[in-house]
Ligand binder design. Sequence first.
Ligand code: MRU
Length: 320
Amino acid sequence: MLLDQTVLPTTVRERRCVEVADLVQAIQDLAVRGAPLLGVAGAMGVWLAAQSAPDHPQGLRQYVTEQAARVAAARPTAVNLRWGVEQALGELDRPWASVAEARGRLQAVAERIHRDEVARCLIIGTNGAEALGPVRHLMTQCNAGGLATGGYGTALGVIRVVASRTPGLHVWVPETRPLLQGSRLTAFELAEAGIAHTVVTDNACAALFREGVVDAVVVGADRIAANGDTANKIGTYALAVIAHHHGVPLIVAAPSSTVDPDTSTGAGIIIEQRPASEVTPYGSPARNDAFDVTPAALVRAIVTEHGVLRAPYDLRSVRP
Ligand code: MRU
């Protein structure tokens, strides 16, 4: 059962996934979204597959492996999705005595990943607040909150900790077109947390930096290459360039499950292309990149649950 993020915050609705195909559709519709949560969903998808798999070991293994590949391929950019699927599949490589045991173990690993992601976020929040130092006006991008992580948030986890220590903290929330994860989801979470915030159009951000009312930018990530190049929601690169121009730090807050040590630079990260219909109502040709890559040189710090990394980045040995 998923909280359907496509209709938040005006409607709170659950979406039930009975088959793997339902989950793949939910992931592609962004009903469930955000890199760490996609990792949890990926592992849950493997468990879901096991529930409709044949009741004999060979059949279960084959069916689950095939269905797991479909889940992992549902979206290409957030490495957590593939990682979560692989973590769950790894359980099938260890000896198990019955299909019932295999199913139980897949459930356990999915639930463990969920718990672990929440725990990682709590540590990231504290680490990120230390990396930022004193700030009064933060900016974020998209939604890297509890909705995107299964509980607390990465960038929003950092913002929560900073807010608890900084009376009067204020957060600029770019709306994050075309699907408005900023104005719908981040603004909703900040309001629930009682943190002062203002939604702005994506196009308004540069002028805010020029006005001097942004002290730092904190964003999440969908995939961090070994050299620190970071894929995140489209528009993050623009914010990084503007921040750099104005001497404002941009930090990336993400769990180690978002680090992809096998991808050496951002050039190797596949950027998801979304349907043109999300951006043009009249059927005009449109290019709709869901993410962009911010080069490591524009990232002041990368904050994981292991601590605060600074350039030059070498994330080849970072693992959950
Ligand atoms: O397309 P989305 O909504 O899944 O994109 C989400 C983001 O870009 C988030 O910033 C990222 O996944 C980090 S979530 C902690």
